[in-house]
Design a protein around this ligand. Structure first.
Ligand code: TXA
Ligand code: MG
Length: 349
């Protein structure tokens, strides 16, 4: 776990102007791009209903998909939830600021638009100094989904966000996101825990913390499959601009090309109202390559998907290798399988 020193949480002089500008925009019911260690977010103040609505219109996001509330402290998180037990405290001590969102019963301070009318809210303290400073100075939580158009790949750099919204959104400066995939979303219902979205904070790490603090808890694995408990976990998500195909490790490029051409009809024609561009023939494939270390692979994932999609390729393919196992790879595959338009038969059971 990363040690955070107070100095590391201070924004540099160059970003303080950006924070000031972001505060003004947020105050006037606007949305701003914010750097976080997972992916960049598109934020609005929790006390600005028009700003919150703007998140959905700018992203073209349906209202049934709830937003995560970003806070700068445990005290701020407690404002937005009804119950905060010792499990939450232990997890916050160990993982905040960091890539863990806690889903808890919401309080009346959390507007319904943020939670899509659910009785629960997701809260998280991100680990970027400028963003923490922004939230602290705003004095309220910032609701922020990932700063991409709905269904598309998440942004892991400031430039990704500027491109995604064609420069129409102000983005606070920051480095590339070092985690690279979205936070682990953990439902905490009393002493019952469920992972609603996997991330780099794994069940093993959570168990380790529970053990360290001598806290007993039970895992409920059925919740993950329930669409009312885990909204936003749609079949297609994180999609790059050209189709992605998951292949076996031994499939040759020509086998992949033949497969995709034989299965054009199986690819979705539209995703959430957006037509999918399908050439009549797929010719050029670009292999997506990720590091063997899953932490590095997670960091590279969305940037590499974007770069591959911008090359002259008609499709991207990713060779799934046998050694890509374990909890972090499975969080990466959660994204890859939702981003993929096709999966080769050699991979299906
Ligand atoms: O790392 C992250 O979590 C990033 C950065 C910006 O913080 N945010 C992010 O937000 O990934 P978004 O909107 O792309 O994904 C939020 C997801 C929802 O789609 C849903 O699956 C889950 O979090 N979620 C939010 N509130 C929930 C709730 N009350 N109950 C269950 N799931 C919830
Ligand atoms: Mg997202």
């Amino acid at each position: 776990m990363l040690e955070i020193t107070p100095a590391a949480l201070e924004p540099s002089a160059t970003t303080s102007q950006a924070i000031k500008r972001a505060l003004e925009i947020l105050d006037q019911n606007g949305v701003v791009g914010i750097p976080t260690e997972t992916v960049y977010g598109l934020a609005a103040r929790l006390d600005r209903p028009q700003g919150l609505e703007k998140i959905f219109s700018v992203k073209q996001r349906p209202f049934f998909d709830p937003l995560i509330v970003h806070v700068e402290s445990v005290e701020m998180a407690q404002r937005y939830v009804k119950e905060w037990n010792e499990i939450c405290s232990a997890l916050a001590v160990e993982f905040w600021p960091g890539p863990l969102s806690l889903v808890l019963e919401k309080s009346n301070s959390t507007p319904d638009i943020v939670t899509s009318g659910l009785a629960t809210v997701a809260v998280r303290m991100p680990r970027n100094p400028s963003t923490l400073e922004l939230i602290r100075r705003a004095g309220v939580g910032l609701a922020a989904p990932s700063a991409n158009r709905f269904g598309k790949s998440s942004p892991t750099s400031r430039e990704h966000v500027l491109r995604e919204f064609e420069g129409s959104v102000f983005v606070v400066d920051g480095d590339a996101s070092d985690v690279g995939i979205e936070s682990t979303v953990l439902r905490v219902r009393g002493r019952v825990l469920s992972i609603l979205r996997p991330g780099i904070i794994t069940r093993t790490q959570i168990d380790h913390v529970l053990h360290k603090y001598k806290l007993s808890a039970a895992w409920d694995d059925t919740t993950c499959q329930s669409s009312t408990e885990a909204p936003g976990q749609l079949k297609h998500h994180y999609m790059p601009d050209v189709p992605l195909v998951l292949t076996g490790e031994n499939n040759s490029t020509s086998e992949v090309t033949d497969f995709i051409n034989a299965h054009i009809a199986d690819m979705p024609n539209e995703i959430y109202g957006q037509p999918v561009i399908k050439p009549t023939e797929f010719r050029v494939g670009q292999e997506l390559q990720l590091s063997a270390d899953p932490l590095l692979a997670a960091r590279e994932l969305y940037g590499s998907l974007r770069t591959s999609a911008q090359s002259r390729a008609d499709f991207i393919f990713f060779r799934v290798r046998r050694e890509m196992t374990g909890e972090i790879w499975s969080a990466i595959f959660d994204r890859l399988s939702k981003a993929a338009s096709l999966t080769m038969d050699s991979l299906r059971q």
